[in-house]
Design a protein around this ligand. Sequence first.
Ligand SMILES: Nc1nc2c(ncn2[C@@H]2O[C@H](COP(=O)(O)OP(=O)(O)OP(=O)(O)O)[C@@H](O)[C@H]2O)c(=O)[nH]1
Length: 607
Amino acid sequence: MSDTDTDTDTGAGSHDPTSLRTPIVAVLGHVDHGKTSLLDKIRGSAVIEGEAGAITQHIGATAVPLDVVSSIAGDLVNPDDFDLPGLLFIDTPGHHSFTTLRSRGGALADIAILVVDVNDGFQPQTLEALDILKRSQTPFIVAANKIDTVPGWNPNEDSPINATYEAQSDRVSSRLDESLYEIIGNLSDEDFSADLYWRVQNFQRNVGVVPVSAMTGEGVPDLLAVMMGLSQRYMKEEMEIDVQGPGVGTVLEVKEEKGFGTTIDIVLYDGTIKADDQIVVGGMNKPIVTDVRALLQPRPLAEIRTESRFEKVDEISAASGIKVAAPELADAMAGAPVRVVRNRELDEVVEEVEAELADIAVDTEEQGVVVKADTLGSLEAMADALGEAEVPIVRAEVGDVAPRDISVASTAEEPKQRAILGFNVETLADAEQRAETEDVTVFTDEVIYQLIEEYEEYVDELERAQQDTILENIVRPARFHILPDHTFRQNDPAVVGVEVNSGTVQNNANVVKFEGNEPDRVGQVKGIQEQGEDVDEARAGNRVSVAIDGPTVGRQIEEDDELWIEIPEKHAKILEQELASEIPGDELEALNMYLDKQRSRDPFWGK
Ligand SMILES: Nc1nc2c(ncn2[C@@H]2O[C@H](COP(=O)(O)OP(=O)(O)OP(=O)(O)O)[C@@H](O)[C@H]2O)c(=O)[nH]1
């Protein structure tokens, strides 16, 4: 330990062939529950507590070295107990960036903080985040945030939780306990056994809940202590890397940068990347092979007035966030792998990148919706969620919704598949216009489940509308009988009083009479009158007079006869198979009786 004691540089450090890298930490949680504030608090405390320059601002991440963790956490962290170099916090909070952050087949973050507002409790994105954590099997702790908002709270800036608990009245602390136990209960509903962190004996089996305030810093010492302890205890082996080996990382963002062209912000989780390395990066169509032109880090705050926001470095080791400037990065994708070639066969490295990309690739089908997402990880998350919702995908790509996506969607055979689902992306202006003319519906949202819910509602509505039009064009079943002494006209057309037993008699429908089970078309309804008024239809129970063109009363039809509306076989099939739940019960009854009659003659009628 003693030889690394003085080494506060969490990145390029020791020259041991293997060394322990910094665990990568991601912060997730529902909107407004305090993810950004918590990160800011940790960063802020680190700046105040540490020697100048002790925390390193990386691209997309903040490194908090062990000695700074220890000075914030006080008695809770004794640096002699640890040999991991500190913690690397990913600066972009939210499960969205978390899904982007993947490494070989898993989450890139080694550990996560799930922020839950103690007042607000579990919310949709809390559940979504939990789902993502569960799937990626990422260890996490819950930061029960905003404890300072418990009415009557007596704040103690930056205090460990037990000290601040003691400073609260019984009423206040039992109120906080109530909220905390609610969160623990919610976690258990989601199959996570959880408890207040100081009661947890085995963090591999139980999720620790740490009460904190991102505002006052209360509980932040505990949070850091638990993170450090968890990493040291359970992740040490995974943190062993060949620090001088060729670097391996994940693209966090693809960005245009003045003077540098397209650059990629990456998180390096293994080895070292050097300013003269050849690298292979996952691209839209194929791996991109290119040479690093510059490795860029943010300039320390003091030098912000100089022209560039960045300064060049010669090399950097895992775990770290770095901007890479290199030619031909336009097709690079957020979430894609990056590998340094150095001393290895280029083909081999390309194959490794291809294999990783294939691993993330989404299965597409002949017919389905178009899916767009801003990163590979989120595309994969979308594909998973759509798979669960049984929505097939015809094309899945990283990027904004573009006109060619509209073209693809417009070729869908089913109207419900003339749709594009865009997660965290924009719709380009010309695509929007095109969507309108090509009758393609574009859905965009920043929450996966909301996006899918929106689409499902749309599909439901579409199907309802379709059934309505089908129903409009389909002959409705009806059974009715001629009332005795109600012949108003013998023929041309015959006009008789009838009562509808079940179903709906509609104008212009054909009328049949069964002789035994043999249907015999006797004519067509040519007018319905109810109490002297013309109507379009008569429902079950109505007594109306109908004009039937074709028969003569006394010959083809008689008073007391039971008559039916004739249902074409195709219509009968649609009614029975698709619309049975849409039509009224009495209509269904008439349909079933009609089918019974037809099928006693021909068992396959209407099937
Ligand atoms: N009183 C109090 N307010 C807090 C605390 N943490 C966050 N807030 C406030 O809650 C609001 C949301 O906090 P953010 O940090 O922006 O939340 P977030 O989860 O990062 O939100 P998004 O980035 O929008 O998802 C802000 O007004 C914060 O000032 C806390 O511990 N106590």
